[in-house]
Design a protein around this ligand. Structure first.
Ligand code: DX5
Ligand code: ZN
Length: 222
């Protein structure tokens, strides 16, 4: 089963509650919430208080992508605000094992992400602590960028590593996902697809989500 996780980064933030409610009427099961600190990435977005406000507007899975340095400092706050999945970057954690265990301990699903140029081998040892791996297919920081085809190798490598370890962990991809690129990611082994511009910059977001799902299924036979 493929899952689309629309990224609110491409929403009109003055209408965020309404747009999140509308997303709940589409085929999307997750909603992707990009948290940026202006240090790990060159952009600043939102924090736990916005997530807490959105929680009463939606039953979607809150797929929370923390692009912040040392996220271990804020794991409990994001969980209390309503995050269901908390994803951290391998590049942003001095003690990655402790960070992943902190997410597990607070009751959220554990996500681990790597940037396009990070060697997937760096996360091999941490796979048993994870519920999802997020492969970035753009440099994190901004919506609306072009899909980096070289990062497809990372999807394949992580997929192989997961299988070698005898684990069953879904791979999510994030960045530049459109009806034209989603198939490549699906074929490489991704099952969860973040899409910002390809959903919220379209007039009909329900159709945009269905079109993405159709393209993924056509390519991946899933
Ligand atoms: C980028 C964010 C993405 C972004 C995706 O750092 O992590 O989630 O919103 O936007 P699109 O789908 O427009 O590339
Ligand atoms: Zn993201």
């Amino acid at each position: 089963m493929y899952i689309i996780s629309p990224s609110i980064l491409s929403c009109d933030f003055s209408k965020l509650g309404v747009q999140v409610e509308e997303t709940g009427k589409t085929a999307a099961k997750y909603i992707h919430i990009d948290v940026m600190d202006g240090a790990f990435v060159p952009n600043i977005t939102i924090g736990p208080c916005v997530i807490a406000s959105l929680r009463s507007h939606s039953d979607l899975v809150f797929d929370t992508h923390l692009m912040i340095n040392e996220p271990i400092r804020y794991i409990n706050e994001f969980r209390k605000a309503g995050a269901d999945i908390i994803t951290v970057h391998a590049e942003a954690c001095a003690d990655l094992e402790a960070t992943l265990k902190e997410i597990r301990a607070c009751g959220a699903k554990v996500g681990l992400s790597i940037k396009p140029k990070t060697d997937p081998e760096t996360i091999r040892a941490y796979l048993p602590l994870c519920d999802m791996i997020l492969i970035m297919t753009v440099e994190p920081g901004f919506g609306g960028q072009s899909f980096i085809y070289e990062a497809v190798e990372n999807i394949k490598k992580v997929k192989a590593m997961i299988e070698e370890a005898g684990l069953n962990i879904p791979i999510e991809v994030d960045g530049g996902i459109t009806v034209d690129t989603i198939g490549v990611a699906a074929k490489a082994g991704a099952e969860i697809f973040v899409a910002g511009s390809a959903v919220y910059k379209k007039a009909d977001i329900a159709k945009a989500v269905s079109d993405l799902l159709d393209s993924a299924m056509q390519a991946g036979n899933n």
